[in-house]
Ligand binder design. Structure first.
Ligand code: FAD
Length: 387
């Protein structure tokens, strides 16, 4: 007997957004997480809507997400602190100016309205920028929100519609019988539904292994920090080409994340979210390089989060023919911003078998010739860093 119509594994934003829309459409949905609600990447994110405007497959879904953010507070009934003031990439050296031009060229492939601007124009947007500022790439579109508020908003809205969340319950495997999904095996016993949606970050790969699926994600640890509140200085989302992103929150804190990133292994029973002090020091150094005014600021807290990056750094949205009833999604390092659109696409695919959301080119078919050694070939293996 089915306990639910749909079981969603993982209560990050991809899982919660999918569950919210499916529950709102009338399905009985259970979300299961091995830990607390949205305690992993989703609430640890910086909160940018990161438009993959350079990619023809992903740009349409990014555009859909961008529109959804504008009305998300009303949709969910809770505040997300969405701030739609655009996005600015800044170069601080000749080398970075060249990189910026390359990014601009890539971005012109999609119609997102980016422009190259000079240092004065950058400082109009962010007056506290360093005198070393050389040039910027700006879009008035895009924005940022508070990841903890957003996660909470989706979880509460899902429950307001009658959805159920089961925390501290690792899912060990998907149950299949005669080519059809039947439910999941968990630490607390078997739970049944004819549709199972995997939104378990890097752990999706382990849940899909028994079906012979090579799920092309590598897990990477990324670090973040937040300062004590400062006076209001800017609202645009800032990306430094010196390797970090910083937004100023509604309360005035500077909230930053950056590299180098450390590739890690994920396991259902391990806790890899440990900040690494040398990296945090590195983040602080670069934050002061970009915003000299930050020199006197105090660190309020630092943390790390593990996110899953796909081989081509694009979203994965996939419905399997075999076993019937199984679906999977992955956010590819920018799942926070994409989650409102991914949730609609996944919910429709789950309940109706099709969606009007623009997901062409985002399925697993694109990896059909992927080498099993792809992580090693890219040097994305546990213990190695990118810089
Ligand atoms: C520091 C940092 C900054 C970031 N900044 C941004 C940003 O500015 N913009 C942006 O778009 N993205 C950003 N990201 C990436 C973004 O956070 C992720 O792409 C997104 O949150 C992925 O959502 P998710 O639901 O797939 O994964 P998660 O939020 O990680 O959720 C997966 C859930 O699955 C659960 N789970 C795993 N295995 C099991 C199991 N076996 N059984 C049950 N549950 C399981 C986990 O406990 C977890 O709660 C950032 C990430 C980090 C770490």
């Amino acid at each position: 007997m089915n306990n639910y119509d749909v079981i969603v594994v993982g209560s990050g934003l991809l899982g919660l957004s999918t569950a919210y829309h499916a529950q709102k459409s009338g399905a009985r949905v259970l979300v299961i997480d091995r830990g607390s609600v949205a305690y992993e990447a989703s609430s640890r994110a910086t909160g940018y809507l990161s438009l993959r405007a350079d990619d023809p497959d992903e740009a349409p879904l990014a555009g859909m997400a961008e529109k959804l953010w504008d009305t998300l507070d009303e949709e969910l009934g809770y505040p997300t602190e969405w701030t739609q003031k655009g996005r600015l990439w800044v170069a601080f050296s000749d080398k970075q100016v060249e990189e910026l031009k390359g990014t601009y060229k890539a971005f012109t492939r999609a119609d997102f309205g980016f422009e190259l601007i000079d240092a004065d124009a950058c400082r109009k947007l962010i007056p506290i920028l360093s005198p070393e500022t050389r040039a910027g790439l700006y879009t008035p579109r895009s924005g940022h929100a508070n990841p903890q508020r957003v996660s909470q908003a989706f979880a509460w809205a899902f429950q307001d519609h009658g959805g159920t969340i089961l925390e501290h319950t690792p899912v060990y495997s998907v149950i299949e019988e005669a080519g059809k999904v039947k439910g999941v095996k968990t630490k607390s016993g078997d739970l049944y539904a004819e549709r199972v949606v995997l939104c378990a970050g890097g752990y999706n790969a382990k849940l899909l292994e028994p079906f012979g699926v090579l799920f092309p994600v590598a897990t990477v640890r990324l670090e973040a920090l937040v300062t004590t509140p400062l006076p209001p200085m800017y609202e645009v989302g800032f990306i430094g080409l010196n390797g970090l992103s910083i937004r100023q929150t509604r309360r005035g804190n500077l909230h930053a994340n950056g590299g180098p990133h450390e590739w890690v292994d994920v396991d259902a029973d391990s806790e890899p979210n440990k900040p690494n002090t040398p990296i945090v020091r590195n983040l602080v150094r670069r934050m002061i390089e970009a915003f000299p005014v930050a020199k006197g600021a105090q660190l309020l807290r630092t943390w790390a989060g593990v996110l899953d990056i796909t081989r081509d750094q694009k979203t994965i949205i996939h419905r399997f023919d075999h076993p019937e009833g199984l679906l999977v999604a992955a956010g590819a390092g920018h799942g926070f911003g994409m989650a409102p659109a991914i949730g609609i696409a996944m919910s429709e695919l789950t309940l109706n078998g099709a969606t009007n959301a623009p997901i062409k080119g985002l399925g697993l078919e694109r990896f059909s010739t992927l080498s099993p050694n792809w992580k090693a070939e890219k040097q994305w293996h546990a213990g190695s860093y990118n810089t």
